[in-house]
Write a protein that binds this ligand. Structure first.
Ligand code: HEM
Length: 323
């Protein structure tokens, strides 16, 4: 009898804890917005934007990463203000905030105060990935929005492109993500661009040697030097992170490029050379479907980093401001 009472007590404590912390759930918004389908509203707006501007896929993937790595996936990247995360240099080239505003306005109209900005980032990224050739995946929702956003947190948490593989493994591990998750998530560079200024030292003066990075494929080096990134000027010229013919598509060609020593960012190329990661790169380069499936799983894991749920944080009315 005593142990029966104790079990009830434990259950009671657990359910009270759950009320405070909650958990992410599939179909979280079902029935919370009358008869309206919140996820379908988000998908519709992402589709509309995608068909006019495919760059939105890269924007959302990067936004999810830069949000989740800094105080968790709590939409802290969206807050406006003099020294919030979006003012930190690693976020200067992040865009797509207007799309999030548009989605937020639509879901607020459907059911005010219900859908978090943090969930919008995650669901919109899922939709964008599927539109760009990825597989559609289910996302668990129920995140709440954070109250704090500080530029210094972005500077401390977002890795620089010159990070080494062992350092990057550590950084991802600190967020609960494995080495394979890291290699898969860097596969986000299958879409999108960087600028010439970011890679100039690799092409002309690698680590102060006055020479190019010896790991770069020599023909590719010449191509980059002549067309995308001259020694003088051209700092804002676009450089595709993947093969240009595939750089709007979510696929495994990024890993194939790495195996040919055509990685653009130093950390990308290093994945194919470091003993801790090169086998994973080889496997992903050889198996297109494995990449698509596992990339989604890694995004789901990224989307669960340090989330606020239950009664934590708030549901912002406007993603750019605390209530
Ligand atoms: C060690 C980890 C990472 C480093 C050091 C890194 C670094 C960078 C850098 C330097 C750029 C170019 C930015 C610019 O020129 O303005 C970039 C772009 C990008 N990153 Fe990463 N990244 C990392 C991980 C990730 C992850 C995990 C994702 C998503 C899952 C991601 C998605 C993207 C995308 C999509 C772009 C292209 C953005 C665009 O075209 O606007 N990155 N990244």
């Amino acid at each position: 009898m005593k142990s029966y009472g104790a079990a009830i007590l434990v259950l009671l404590v657990l359910s009270l804890a759950a009320a405070g912390h909650g958990a992410l759930q599939y179909g979280f918004y079902k029935g919370k917005c009358g008869t309206k389908d919140v996820e379908a509203i988000i998908t519709g707006i992402v589709r509309q934007r995608f068909f006019g501007d495919t760059k939105i896929v890269a924007a959302l993937l990067r936004m999810q990463f830069h949000d989740c790595f800094v105080r968790g996936c709590d939409a802290s990247i969206l807050l406006d203000g003099p020294s919030t995360e979006k003012t930190a240099p690693p976020n200067f080239s992040v865009f797509g905030y207007d799309l999030i505003d548009k989605i937020k306005a639509a879901v607020e109209l459907a059911c005010p105060g219900v859908v978090s900005c943090a969930d919008i980032i995650i669901a919109a990224t899922r939709d964008a990935v599927a539109l760009a050739g990825g597989l559609r995946y289910q996302v668990q929702l129920g995140r709440r929005d954070g109250l704090i956003s500080q530029a210094g947190d972005s500077l401390r948490n977002l890795p620089a492109p010159t990070i080494t593989v062992p350092q990057s493994i550590q950084t991802f591990r600190a967020k609960g993500l494995s080495t394979s998750d890291m290699v898969l998530l860097l596969g986000g560079h299958t879409v999108g661009i960087t600028r010439c200024s970011v890679i100039k030292d690799r092409l002309y003066n690698f680590r102060g040697t006055g020479k190019p990075d010896p790991t770069l494929n020599p023909n590719f080096l010449q191509l980059l030097r002549s067309f995308a990134c001259p020694k003088i000027g051209g700092d804002n010229n676009m450089v595709f992170l993947d093969d240009p013919s595939s750089s709007l598509k979510v696929d495994n060609s990024f890993y194939k490029q790495l195996l040919q020593n055509k990685g653009i960012l130093p950390i990308d190329q290093a994945l194919a050379l470091d003993p801790a990661t090169k086998r994973i790169v080889q496997q992903l380069a050889a198996n297109p479907t494995q990449f698509l499936t596992q990339f989604n799983q890694a995004l789901v894991k990224l989307g669960a980093v340090q989330v606020l749920t239950g009664t934590q944080g708030q549901i912002r009315k406007n993603c750019r401001r605390r209530n």
